[in-house]
Design a protein around this ligand. Structure first.
Ligand SMILES: Cc1cc2nc3c(=O)[nH]c(=O)nc-3n(C[C@H](O)[C@H](O)[C@H](O)COP(=O)(O)OP(=O)(O)OC[C@H]3O[C@@H](n4cnc5c(N)ncnc54)[C@H](O)[C@@H]3O)c2cc1C
Length: 382
């Protein structure tokens, strides 16, 4: 029996919906399977960095609640702000963002099945057969976009555990006019989380506040978040805090096997410096889709090559930078004292997609700027 679909995509987060959108628009027969009913909640700050948009087809309207053209990096009394004419970070509620992307894929003709959990995988003849809570699905290829725990990767034979860091986020219900200088800007507070950072992102009716640590297995983030909220005077407001993991190291066991491709968090593709994963989810979803649409005969190899060309070298450099930035709080502080403003500017350029981590570290003028930078107590906005 021939496969009913060209591609079955498991998980309707940004990675799965990105792949579904590109494939459906390219004429493939696609089914997008999501275990929860959409819109579904997702633990996330909802910060969509500017480079993310590059990986979406044109004409998709996103449910953006607030646009930040200024991002600030703070470390105690040090403040470094970068202002751009274009948005640097856009803020959305993940439930709305993900539902919108999945709807766009469905409008482009993907068969969207939410409330449908994938529980098994098998190969029969020339097809991959998925067992789901609503019956079998047959497809020529499968994309696993089912998040950091990726049950499908385990079912398909990946035994390597993903390396992931902990993060906790709260949606704090607070009136916008009480937020002061946090009402407009995305703020990253490096002094409030040893070996990581804390953040506040303004949304329409509240603030997303969170803490992450780059130390795997680190506990006590709830207490750090409480201290952070207390410092900001936000501890008396109603909030709903939840923790989850962010995979900041790509899978060691490869990204394809037996007709299955891993994308987004399932592949371990989050940025080790910023810990943002939405743009990489959209990016890897697009690359997987394009590898299939190119019809070169071996889509899996094409996808592995695309990752090796575009994403993995970036993440390698980012991992080295994260090691320097987060390893010791005193080094982090010294880095900001010496070069906070150029660092903030460089980060804004990377997340805007105007430069890459690789280009940053290759540029001799950047090293010169770092070497010649004067220690500062604070820097003006640029
Ligand atoms: C506290 C916190 C804050 C964060 N803040 C940001 C931020 O501000 N900006 C940013 O860019 N990134 C942020 N991230 C990271 C970001 O949330 C992830 O990198 C991103 O969601 C990855 O997208 P994805 O599509 O790969 O996976 P997910 O968004 O996790 O989607 C996976 C989907 O698969 C579904 N699924 C799972 N198992 C099955 C199954 N068996 N059958 C069917 N469906 C299944 C799930 O229900 C889910 O909908 C944050 C993470 C955390 C933990």
């Amino acid at each position: 029996m021939s496969a009913a679909f060209d591609v079955a995509i498991v998980g309707a987060g940004p990675a799965g919906s990105s792949a579904a959108l590109h494939l459906a628009r390219g004429g493939a027969r696609v089914v997008l399977i999501e275990k929860q009913r959409l819109p579904r909640p997702k633990v996330c700050g909802g910060g969509l960095v500017a480079r993310a948009r590059k990986h979406l087809p044109a004409g998709i309207e996103l449910p953006i609640e607030r646009v930040c053209r200024t991002v600030e990096i703070r470390h105690g009394d040090l403040r470094f702000a970068v202002t751009e004419s274009e948005p640097v970070v856009e803020l959305a509620m993940r439930a709305d963002l993900d539902a919108r992307l999945a709807e766009a894929a469905a409008r482009a003709s993907a068969d969207l099945r939410d409330g449908c959990e994938v529980t098994g995988i098998d190969r029969r003849d020339d097809a991959v057969v998925l067992a789901t809570s609503r019956g079998e699905v047959r497809a020529r290829h499968v994309i696993a976009a089912d998040g950091v725990h990726s049950p499908l990767a385990r079912l398909a034979g990946w035994n390597d555990a993903l390396q992931a860091i902990p993060a906790i986020e709260a949606e704090v219900h607070v009136a916008p006019d009480t937020l002061g200088d946090r009402a407009e800007n995305a703020v990253f507070d490096f002094g409030d989380a040893p070996s990581g950072y804390a953040w506040t992102f303004p949304k329409r009716a509240h603030l997303s506040a969170g803490v992450l640590s780059t130390e795997r297995g680190r506990g006590g983030l709830r207490a750090e978040l409480d201290r952070y909220l207390a410092r900001l005077g936000l501890d008396h407001h109603a909030c709903d805090a939840r923790g989850w993991l962010i995979p900041t190291r790509p899978r060691a066991g490869g990204f394809t096997r037996g007709g299955v491709m891993l994308v987004g968090d399932a592949a371990g593709l989050a940025d080790p410096v910023t810990a943002e994963g939405i743009s990489l989810a959209l990016w890897s979803g697009r690359l997987a889709a394009e590898s299939m649409l190119a019809n070169t005969g071996d889509a899996s190899r094409a996808y592995e090559r695309a990752l090796a060309r575009e994403i993995l070298p970036e993440l390698r450099v980012a991992r080295a930078l994260a090691h320097v930035l987060y390893r010791r709080p005193r080094i982090t502080r010294a880095l900001f004292e010496r070069a906070g403003q150029p660092l903030a500017r460089a980060m804004a350029e990377v997340v805007a997609g105007r430069t890459s981590y690789r280009a940053l570290v290759r540029s001799p003028s950047n090293w010169l700027r770092l070497a010649l930078a004067q220690p500062s107590r604070a820097a003006a906005a640029t």
